[in-house]
Ligand binder design. Structure first.
Ligand code: ATP
Ligand SMILES: Cc1cn([C@H]2C[C@H](O)[C@@H](COP(=O)(O)O)O2)c(=O)[nH]c1=O
Length: 214
């Protein structure tokens, strides 16, 4: 049975970059790795709706924190069988964002903390009700919010397809979200977390140590 490893963090933290580096390192060591990212914008209708909503094309839908979170969760529910099949076939299934994104962003939008009602609502919906696999390791790629915002802005300038969305443009939301992530990791929400400093070159050895038990 493979290990489910998920990368979490703010918009622009460098999650996709880290996923690429980790995949290459694991492959170098002979591990079979399956990768994915949520939301699955190109694969799932709920994720497509999320994108439309985040770019202001679905009226007041984004006003509902629970409504948005249900869309993200339904996207994941549609991927659950595939994740389970990949876990049976690969050594590592590496995902860029997973259930904790829903918990952190939703709680931050509602100005709640990691121990608040919303985080538990997400766990009950996605784990108990939808039966999503629980991660073996959640990696929090931690960067100061100013660094994440700067990276997201630079990427926007470089790629016209990557205009910042509603959440990415909200500095207050990103700051609160960062605090919720810190507390989810400190509490070991849903299982073990590894917190990495993403502000400079990211050292992936702590993840390898966790996976290979050193
Ligand atoms: N450690 C790093 N140091 C400097 N720049 C970085 C680092 N990691 C990523 N970047 C740059 O920051 C930008 C955002 O990186 P990336 O796309 O990996 O972030 P992300 O967390 O996946 O973003 P999002 O969640 O918004 O999709 C990219 O331009 C990338 O090249
Ligand atoms: C998976 C997921 C994501 N979010 C938030 C986090 C981001 O601000 C946006 C879109 O994600 P992307 O990585 O920038 O494409 O959505 C969320 O609130 N809940 C989730 O489950």
């Amino acid at each position: 049975m493979g290990k489910l490893v998920v990368i979490e963090g703010l918009d622009g933290a460098g999650k996709r970059t880290l996923a690429g580096a980790l995949t290459a390192e694991l492959a170098e060591r002979g591990a079979k790795v399956a990768t994915g990212a949520f939301p699955r914008y190109e694969e799932d209708v709920h994720a497509e709706l999320v994108r439309d909503a985040l770019h202001g094309r679905l009226g007041d839908l984004t006003d509902s924190v629970h409504g948005m979170s249900v869309l993200y969760a339904l996207d994941r529910r549609g991927a659950a069988d595939r994740i389970r099949a990949d876990l049976a076939q690969y050594d590592v299934v590496l995902l860029d964002r997973y259930i904790a994104s829903n918990a952190a962003y939703g709680a931050a939008r509602l100005e709640q903390g990691a121990r608040g009602e919303f985080v538990e609502w997400v766990r009950a919906l996605e784990v108990d009700r939808f039966g999503l696999p629980v991660p073996d390791l959640q990696v929090l790629l931690r960067v100061p919010t100013a660094v994440a915002a700067d990276r997201a802005a630079r990427r926007e300038r470089a790629d016209a397809e990557r205009a910042r969305d509603l959440y990415e443009s909200d500095g207050g939301l990103q700051r609160r979200c960062s605090a919720v992530y810190d507390d989810l990791a400190a509490d070991g929400w849903l299982g073990p977390w590894e917190v990495l400093d993403g502000s400079a070159d990211v050292k992936i050895s702590p993840i390898l140590d966790r996976l290979y038990g050193r």
